[in-house]
Design a protein around this ligand. Structure first.
Ligand code: T1G
Length: 696
């Protein structure tokens, strides 16, 4: 018997206990152990088999780390079929998260019991695949086609109560998984209950699978796995037999397993968990944070305060005037009312969070006891340095002083205090109580435990915290400026901004750069462009149609007009015809002869600019690893998760092709298109960004 599965006998019941921490993933040793356990129980004349997991959970799925490696027997589909075919009564007792192959093992069991806190689901689509061990054939037989389609295409984890109501589990009982499993199996034996093989149940009802496929494909914005999973469930209803359905499931599973999107999504799964693992934080304990101060109650300050309150920490927010105090409290209450409406908090919690947990004041002495402060005032160096001077005066020794600046030099801000070692950048993204990304910006003198405190707060706020060094725009905004420039250059040279937006949406982004500009407010970027103008390199091409639009007072959605025109009550905008005139005037003034751009070339230039700047950010050590950039772009800039991020995408495309294109573009503009030294090095050494992720 393998170590991963322990075999015990409780009377006529053989007990197979999974012991493969942390999540009892169904790796080869677990599979071997389960198969050997079933066979031994049959040989020993047991009457029933109980399968359960030791530790925090029942099987949380196949072992994702085995993907892409040579397959090892027994395969999970074969194991599930073997469990189902056993002449003994097989009972699964579930706790924690019974997911993917884990739920498939339970579905191949003859009876299922779960503790009330258990969650279960088939989330394989989130990894770019589909349930490949019978889940697409057994779940619809047990719960019906519609339920199976919804659970499999969404990857949603359902509660034990919902699973009971849908017939996925037979019983929900509180207690220890082993004990409730044994008593249920014992009861079934006493009743002489028959084996119930889900695979032998009638085929599920057919539905309009083409309509389901089209709807799921549209919702996926280019992700293939959910739509492909519809075809697998369709086979359950239409393949004519369970075995034929399994064959169809297998073929579709292998198709997705060989896809780039599978690689992108698996990369995202592990990268999301790796970003907070930094060598410099090993053995470093964060400072305790039991209360947080926020300076500034505008959209960002109020969003940050809301995120902190929702994480269960009291907030002291400071504003300049009583009117501003009232406005800030209003914004926070508005955010929390939204959470109440979405059922995230109860009425009682709303009262608590807007009551005792929240102090809004003009008096900095109210910050005397807080453990960490986040400054979120106007993006101006003098204003920020003045605030940090006050924080230095009023905050207790050891308090962490954080700035939410999105561009300014954190070292210069820290120098406004007597304790630069306690200063760090915590760059939230708007709306701060919704967006998952948090750039943790390390200044020259930031102490290791202050960095650790930034990451600990990020975890407490359920953010994806990514370490960033200091440069203009840190990781995300710096890269965004590059691909936004590339977008403006193709427009100046002849493409339409609406073609660019459509192409970028087609790639999987929720919005194109010009739509995004209109949403964020064109005046924000205009201010940054004006700030940079005095120090801009004269060799840099500068499209002026953007400025022309802003000079006309058109800032996008907030003024009802920008690159698009927004009618009140209408979702989205329609192209603003004045924009074409501004572009034509800009082309004439700059002596540009416009030309046609194919969608493919528009996308290639956009992505090459993103990858090139990202490679510079990694090469300069601003981002520690390529995966850090990928996570910033996924969680802060809408980069489609199924590509894994710009540098994973680049690896999948082939770096030599990307470098060759950048060099070709440099023939037109060798200032913007300067190949990143890291990209040239990797191509020269025949390596990929992935190799640098592993190096750390
Ligand atoms: N395989 C390998 N490692 C896994 C794993 C898995 N399935 N699930 C988690 N881990 C690791 C994870 O990397 C981390 O490692 C540690 O466990 C704790 O995880 C045929 C083929 C279970 C809800 O998609 O959703 O079955 O970072 O930090 O927040 O149909 O992990 O500590 O080194 O996430 O409490 C389907 C994936 C697989 C579930 C726990 N299953 N896992 O969340 O902890 S495909 C899934 C999760 C499949 C079959 C197909 C979550 C969790 P480390 P964690 P958590």
């Amino acid at each position: 018997m393998s170590e991963a599965i322990a075999y015990e006998r409780e009377g006529s019941i053989a007990v197979l206990k999974a012991q493969n921490p942390p999540v009892n993933a169904l790796g080869v040793e677990v599979r071997k152990g389960l198969l050997a356990g079933i066979e031994r129980a049959e040989q020993e004349g047991a009457k029933a088999v109980l399968i359960y997991g030791e530790g925090r959970t029942y099987f949380a799925g196949a072992d994702i780390r085995e993907f892409g490696k040579p397959p090892q027997e027994p395969s999970l589909p074969d194991l599930c079929n073997r469990i189902e075919a056993s002449p003994l009564l097989v009972v699964s007792s579930m706790h924690g998260t019974a997911l993917g192959g884990g739920l498939e093992v339970a579905l191949s069991s003859h009876y299922r019991v779960a503790v009330p806190s258990a969650k279960m689901g088939l989330p394989e689509v989130n990894l770019g695949i589909l349930p490949g061990a019978g889940g697409t054939q057994r779940l619809p037989r047990l719960a019906g086609t519609e339920v199976a389609l919804e659970m499999i295409t969404s990857g949603r984890h359902v509660s034990a109560a919902e699973a009971l109501e849908k017939g996925i589990v037979d019983r929900v009982v509180d207690g220890d998984p082993r004990e409730i499993g044994l008593s249920y199996a014992g009861e079934l034996l006493e009743q002489g209950a028959a084996r119930r093989a889900v695979g032998e149940m009638p085929a599920p009802e057919a539905v309009d699978f083409d309509a389901a496929y089209a709807a799921v494909l549209k919702k996926g914005r280019g992700q293939l796995s959910p739509a492909t999973a519809v075809r697998a469930v369709q086979a359950a209803a239409e393949a004519g037999s369970f075995e034929e359905g399994l064959k169809r499931e297998r073929a579709l599973f292998m198709e997705l397993m060989d896809s780039d999107q599978r690689q992108g999504l698996i990369h995202a799964f592990f990268a999301e968990r790796a970003v907070s693992k930094l060598p410099e934080l090993e053995g470093v304990s964060p400072r305790d944070v039991a209360s947080v101060g926020v300076i500034g109650g505008g959209t960002m300050g109020a969003g940050i305060a809301t995120a902190v309150l929702l994480a269960g920490l009291p907030v002291v927010l400071i504003e300049m005037t009583e009117d501003a105090v009232a406005a800030a409290r209003g914004r926070i209450e508005g955010n929390l009312r939204g959470a109440l409406k979405r059922g995230k908090i109860s009425e009682a919690q709303f009262a608590e969070l807007t009551g005792a947990a929240l102090t809004v004041s003009t008096d900095y002495t109210a910050l005397a006891q807080v453990d960490l402060v986040v400054e979120a005032v106007f993006e101006d160096m003098d204003v920020k340095r003045e605030v940090f001077g006050k924080l230095d005066t009023h905050c207790k020794p050891g308090a962490v002083l954080a700035t939410n600046t999105s561009y300014l030099d954190v070292d210069e801000i820290a120098a406004a205090t007597s304790r630069p070692q306690d200063v760090i950048g915590l760059h939230f993204f708007s709306p701060a109580h919704v967006m998952k990304l948090l750039e943790v910006v390390v200044a020259e003198k930031t102490a290791p435990e202050v960095l650790a405190t930034g990451f600990a707060l990020g975890k407490r706020l359920k953010k994806v915290a990514v370490r960033s060094g200091i440069c203009d725009g840190f990781i995300g905004n710096r890269i965004m400026n590059a691909y936004r420039k590339a977008a403006e250059y193709v427009v100046l040279d002849g493409a339409s901004p609406y073609q660019v937006d459509e192409v970028v949406r087609g790639f999987g982004f929720p919005m194109g750069p010009f739509e995004m500009g209109d949403l964020a407010g064109l005046d924000i970027n205009w201010a940054a462009r004006k700030r940079r103008a005095p120090t801009r390199d004269p060799r840099e091409r500068v499209p002026r149609f953007y400025e022309m639009l802003c000079e006309g007072g058109d800032f996008g959605q907030k003024t009802g007009k920008g690159f698009y025109i927004y009618e009140a009550g209408q979702r989205g905008g329609v192209p603003n015809p004045e924009v074409a005139e501004l572009i034509a005037r800009d082309q004439a003034q700059q002596g540009v002869t416009p030309r046609e751009f194919s969608d493919a070339e528009v996308l290639r230039r956009y992505m090459c600019a993103m990858v090139n700047e990202a490679a510079k950010v990694v090469g300069e050590g601003i981002a520690r690893r390529p995966l850090d950039v990928d996570m910033v772009m996924l969680f802060g800039y809408g980069f489609p998760r199924f590509w894994g991020g710009p540098l994973k995408w680049a690896d999948l495309q082939g770096l030599d092709g990307i470098l060759a294109d950048i060099r070709a573009y440099a023939a037109e503009d060798d200032f913007f298109w300067q190949p990143a030294p890291l990209l040239e090095q990797l191509v020269a050494e025949g390596r990929r960004f992935e190799d640098l992720n592993k190096a750390d």
